[in-house]
Design a protein around this ligand. Structure first.
Ligand code: HEC
Length: 251
């Protein structure tokens, strides 16, 4: 009788331990492959995670307005390493508001508020300070080697020429006829333009609350490809062409 009771108690205690361990299970970090930037860290649902180059190891400097755009990636327990993630690089820090933020190789991790769905990387390279994170914990600065769109010099010149006209007719009023910026941000030396997906999505959908109109219903895919090519490769910019096919794929 006695042993049976002890066994039952032990079993109950074990169940409690298991339940407690489950309750404390933290956020899972895994990896996804982006066509341009390759393998990078995401949350369990595939939402991109970013690091901020102004942070120091195990300390977040992204607060207030910054944190509204870049919500800290938080956890309720120890973070869990999913596929492709190095568990020994995972850590946490406690933010000023008491929430626990996940770190990777010391870098505090963030989501980007305008990444509406898994797979979006709209925050990549923004301001030249937010980057996707490699499984090694490094900021992903450059596109992985990929077949650059094959355009002849003549095709590129035609795209630039058409883009210049679309720009003058629709964009210069807010972005400045020399890309110097007016109501809208300057395009010359603007690192955000290096993010092809962000440029296409911003032109197609606009950012209406901030005064950037949506052009998806106004311009054709060809016009959007040409104007994107023009702003990415004029003045001192050299970010490469955007093809009509890529714009169509973003519709
Ligand atoms: C009525 C003014 C207006 C017009 C016209 C306009 N934009 Fe904008 N654009 C803005 C504003 C304002 C922003 C900044 C939005 C923000 O800060 O969120 C912006 C942002 C952008 C960005 C993102 C830049 C960055 O640094 O993140 C791109 C790309 C862009 N516009 C392209 C275009 C193109 C191409 C056209 C023409 C087809 C155009 N815009 C026409 C006002 C305008």
């Amino acid at each position: 009788m006695r042993t049976l009771r002890a066994a039952a108690l032990l079993a109950a205690a074990l169940l409690l331990v298991v339940a407690a361990a489950q309750a404390a299970t933290g956020a899972t970090i895994q990896t996804a492959t982006d066509a341009t930037y390759g393998l990078h860290l995401t949350d369990a649902d595939g939402n991109s995670l970013y690091l901020y180059t102004q942070d120091t190891p195990q300390a977040s400097t992204c607060v207030d307005a910054c944190a509204a755009n870049w919500p800290a990636f938080t956890t309720d327990g120890d973070p869990v390493a999913g596929d492709g993630v190095d568990a020994s690089l995972l850590g946490t820090l406690t933010r000023g508001d008491g929430s626990v933020q996940v770190t990777y190789a010391g870098a505090p991790l963030y989501r980007y508020a305008r990444d509406a769905k898994p797979g979006a990387i709209n925050g990549q390279r923004l301001g030249g300070v937010f980057f996707l994170v490699s499984p090694q914990g490094k900021a992903i600065q450059d596109a992985v080697a990929q077949a650059a769109p094959t355009l002849s010099d003549a095709e590129l010149a035609a795209l630039m020429n058409e883009g210049q006209q679309t720009f003058a007719a629709n964009c210069a009023v807010c972005h400045g006829d020399q890309g110097q910026g007016k109501v809208g941000p300057a395009f010359d030396k603007n690192a955000n333009l290096g993010n092809t997906n962000y440029v296409i999505d911003t032109i197609l959908g606009g950012i209406p609350p901030h005064g950037m109109p949506a052009w998806g219903g106004v311009l054709t895919d060809e016009q959007i490809a040409s104007v994107a090519t023009f702003i990415r490769n004029s003045w001192s910019n050299a970010y490469g062409p955007v093809t009509q096919d890529l714009v169509t794929a973003h519709r």
